[in-house]
Design a protein around this ligand. Structure first.
Ligand code: 2RA
Length: 331
């Protein structure tokens, strides 16, 4: 498999290379791509070093698969050029996610929507992926009516500069690049991405729209508040779910425990619940604090944690690549 990784020097791009290696993806030729200023530099993959090439050269190489994590404008410009030469593009930006002609995929939930005709496939937003991994199986069984999500998002979601800012503020080095409007250390910013006219942030709008497309169901309501917190290991989400139908708590736990890619970590008597500090680097989505909402019937509270760079981005993208290869959907 000739595989291009576009954005190979970024935080997600570096994790993509790591995941491809860990999962022993059948790469016969790796084509790392990055901005013009990085062309000629090297990236490590397995025991070797690979030279970063320009987008033009990568397209000319006609890779079988191109996994993008290079921002929306780059994807809008270059993903179609790769698709034109027969490459299957899996894009981690928001560029294509809500495009009605493109599929938005979490393999465990809706990979079956993919066909050979899908040449540009959208990887959902990190906070969406971990949410739908839980909503999907519960929706099938109990039929979602309304979902309220509050997120507690890692600074790694904003990129390396944000991690540097956090560490700079922790160490008192305030010369680092400021990426947030306020200090993030010892703080919580109810401001992920930019504000839209309706006073929701773009991150919240992604969380309110993408799950409906992935689940193929717009019969339920969903509202979100996305908060940035001084954490590095992953995103956490407090979720309140009202169903159309009654549920049994033990059955909820059984359904989630049997969902591929989901791990139930829920024993509060032993202080067992998911926490990002301890789950960094994992590929699963962890669920805990599962309990009935005593304020109204047919309603559940739970807590979801996942590494936003792995299942929230790189691992989900590689899993899509694995699916299209396994099901002969490329070429
Ligand atoms: C964030 N989900 O966490 C967005 C993009 N990675 O900032």
């Amino acid at each position: 498999m000739k595989v291009a990784v576009v954005g190979s020097t970024g935080m997600v791009g570096q994790v993509m290379l790591k995941v491809l290696e860990e999962r022993n993806f059948p790469v016969t030729e790796l084509i790392p791509v990055a901005s013009e200023k990085s062309v000629g530099k090297k990236v490590k993959y397995k025991q070797d070093e690979f030279t970063i090439v320009s987008m033009k050269d990568a397209i000319a190489a006609k890779p079988d698969i191109a996994i993008f994590s290079a921002g929306g404008s780059t994807s809008l410009e270059f993903a179609p050029l790769f698709a034109e030469v027969g490459t299957t593009v899996i894009d981690n930006s928001s560029a294509w996610r809500m495009d009605p002609t493109k599929k938005l995929v979490v393999p465990e939930i809706n990979a079956d929507v993919l066909t050979k005709e899908d040449k540009i496939i959208a990887n959902p937003n990190c906070s969406t992926i971990q949410l739908v991994m839980v909503l999907g199986p519960l929706n099938k069984k109990y039929d979602l009516k309304r979902v309220i999500v509050s997120t507690y998002q890692s600074v790694t979601g904003t990129g390396k500069a944000a991690v540097d800012q956090l560490n700079g503020e922790i160490n008192g080095d305030d010369s680092v690049v400021k990426v947030y409007p306020y200090q993030i250390f010892k703080n919580a910013l109810p401001h992920c991405d930019v504000f839209a006219d309706d006073d929701y942030t773009k991150e919240e709008i992604k969380l309110m729209k993408e799950p409906k497309k992935i689940l193929g169901d717009d019969t339920f309501n969903l509202t979100a508040t996305a908060v940035r917190v001084p954490v590095q290991g992953g995103h956490s989400e407090s979720v309140n779910i009202e169903f159309e139908n009654e549920f049994d708590l033990d059955e909820v736990r059984k359904i989630l425990s049997e969902t591929p890619g989901v791990i139930v970590m829920d024993n509060v008597k032993n202080n067992e619940y998911p926490m990002p500090l301890y789950l960094e680097g994992k590929d699963e989505v962890y669920v805990g604090r599962i309990r009935r909402d005593l304020s109204q019937p047919k309603t559940l509270n739970l807590w979801i944690v996942a590494d936003n760079l792995r299942k929230g981005a790189a691992t989900n993208a590689v899993q899509i690549a694995e699916y299209v290869v396994k099901n002969n959907l490329i070429g």
